[in-house]
Ligand binder design. Structure first.
Ligand code: NAP
Length: 275
């Protein structure tokens, strides 16, 4: 089976668009603000795609330009602005400032990316307002395709704060047995082959071919790599898709991640309206 992120994203989009309409008819306009402190090219590409999604979902979008002098003040203003529901801190931040400190200053109820230390800490307790969108997207994809999680062995390759680590917590909450691997893992192929479900989040184009996976397993490819102007995953899709169920790249987890970000803005809006 091929797991299609576009189909899942479309489904999320329908329900989010309805909820945006409901909010607007009661006079509430969901609003996302992106805090930008550099003119980094890849940040600009990402901002343009968020803006496009916001327009498609009917969410009010604006960028807030900041510098090392006013970044904390601007975030304070966004935190207390009742008309702002989601805040995203764009990476990188000025080198003079610790990103951790800036993230810590964002109100966790507006942290629609689930990146603040407060939300990541609460994730351990199962109480986060938001989890990192990509980690959530992987679980959403597995559930959409009715892949059983309880009691299953899941191997995640990659231990980043935005993907591998939070995903392990979300999967433990679903009663899966989770192994996290990384660049120092010994006998990586054995760990991946043992898995009922393998998640690749490494950032190495086509690193995993069919010999990495066992018959009957499920593979979720989080990797997004550009090779000769073409987007490819960490998985060698052509060979692996002959053997096991696998998600597409492009058209996979990335699409679900973008839709979940929009859903989180709506979730934040509804939460803030209730408080
Ligand atoms: P990251 O912070 O660079 O982490 C990469 C992880 O892979 C690290 O834990 C690293 O181990 C591990 N790794 C690297 N080479 C390895 C190897 N040869 N064998 C085993 N493990 C290895 O990357 P990230 O932010 O998690 O992103 C990972 C990939 O997902 C990238 O392609 C990124 O573009 C993509 N991504 C996609 C989405 C989406 O929405 N689909 C969102 C975010 C990221 P160490 O910790 O030991 O260094």
């Amino acid at each position: 089976m091929i797991f299609d992120g576009i189909e899942i994203a479309e489904n999320i989009k329908k329900s989010v668009a309805q909820r945006v309409q409901n909010l607007k008819s009661s006079g509430v306009f969901p609003a996302l603000r992106c805090v930008v402190s550099s003119d980094d090219k890849s940040t600009r590409v990402y901002l343009n795609s968020i803006k496009k999604n916001c327009l498609a979902f009917g969410i009010d979008y604006a960028e807030v330009e900041v510098n090392e002098k006013n970044i904390f003040e601007k975030i304070r203003e966004l935190n207390s602005d009742k008309k702002v529901h989601g805040i995203m801190l764009m990476h990188p931040v000025p080198s003079q400032i610790e990103e951790f400190k800036v993230l810590s200053s964002i109100d966790p109820i507006k942290d629609v990316e689930g990146r603040t230390p407060q939300n990541l800490g609460m994730l351990v307790m199962g109480k986060a307002y938001f989890a990192p969108c990509t980690a959530e997207a992987v679980v959403e994809m597995l559930k959409y395709y009715h892949v059983p999680l309880a009691g299953k062995n899941v191997t995640i390759v990659g231990r980043s704060t935005t993907v591998g680590k939070p995903l392990s917590l979300l999967l433990i909450a679903e009663d899966a047995t989770v192994t996290i691997c990384h660049s120092k893992t010994v006998d990586l192929i054995k760990r991946v082959r043992e898995a009922d479900i393998a998640v690749t989040a490494v950032g190495k184009p086509k690193m995993f071919d069919e010999k990495w996976f066992s018959e009957g397993s499920t593979v979720i490819d989080v990797g997004i790599n550009v090779v000769n102007g073409k987007v490819v995953g960490d998985v060698d899709f052509d060979s692996v898709s002959q053997k096991v169920s696998v998600s597409k790249v492009p058209g996979g987890v990335g699409n679900v991640t973008s839709a979940i970000l929009m859903r989180n803005v709506v979730n934040a809006t509804e939460l803030i309206c209730k408080t």
